[in-house]
Design a protein around this ligand. Structure first.
Ligand SMILES: [Zn+2]
Length: 234
């Protein structure tokens, strides 16, 4: 291969990667105008990534906490969808035979169809996970879209499991695909997204630090940088 064609193919590859940044892994979950959470979604859009994450996870005055949580989980799902969509071609059954976060943490899949924990490759696991979350978000009993309709009593326990599982995608990407994340210039994006996730789940006690210990060092770094507000007990 001549120098020119090497250069050309490298630049084409780079171009494709850039394009992929806008490719979502699964369809985005949108909140339509007039639906529950629309106003809060607009608010997050305008404050995200601006300085101290403690500030932008704070419940705005006069707003409903459960609605704030529901809007955030949709936001995190969409964010992770986008991030994983950009990296999916590097996360294969061959490169990531087991869903893990470093050598000490392996995650196995369970749901109502597979009550015995299943060992899956990372792409299989993440595919199942995102499909499962999508199903939950589209369940109108769990995530009502009509204004004035209350959230069900199992909302918080369900959300805690969803967030615990979503965390594992960040953990896998940071541990296994850091080199690629840097190469495709997504580190800032994933850090901003993870900080938002982290400070939100800590603030409202939705995922314990123990559950997130696979990223313990990074979490400590972020907490040292910004400090952490006391937990709001639900
Ligand atoms: Zn992977």
């Amino acid at each position: 291969m001549s120098n020119f064609s090497i250069k050309k193919s490298a630049s084409l590859q780079f171009h494709n990667i850039i394009m992929d940044k806008n490719r979502s892994f699964r369809p985005k979950r949108r909140i339509q105008k007039g639906e529950k959470g629309y106003k809060l979604r607009q608010l997050i859009k305008h404050t995200l990534g601006t300085g101290d994450p403690n500030k932008y996870v704070e419940l705005p005055e006069g707003e409903m906490l459960l609605e704030w949580i529901s809007v955030h989980i949709i936001e995190f799902y969409n964010e992770i969808n986008l991030i994983y969509g950009a990296l999916v071609e590097f996360c294969t059954d061959q490169s990531c035979r087991v869903m893990s976060a470093g050598p000490r943490y392996e995650f196995r899949w369970t749901d109502q169809n597979s009550p015995i924990p299943l060992q899956l490759s990372a792409p299989q696991y993440i595919n199942k996970l995102m499909e499962w979350i999508e199903g939950k978000l589209n369940d109108r009993n769990l995530f009502p879209t009509e204004l004035g309709v209350d959230f069900p009593s199992n909302f918080i326990p369900s959300v805690k499991v969803m967030l615990k599982r979503l965390f594992r995608v960040y953990a896998h990407l940071y541990h296994t695909h850091m080199q690629k994340i840097i190469e495709v210039e997504m580190l800032r994006h994933i850090n901003t997204s993870f900080k938002h996730f982290l400070f939100f789940v800590l603030r409202f006690d939705l995922v314990s630090e123990e559950e997130m210990s696979s990223l313990g060092e990074l979490i400590k770094e972020f907490k040292d940088e910004y400090g952490c507000q006391p937990v709001v007990l639900l």
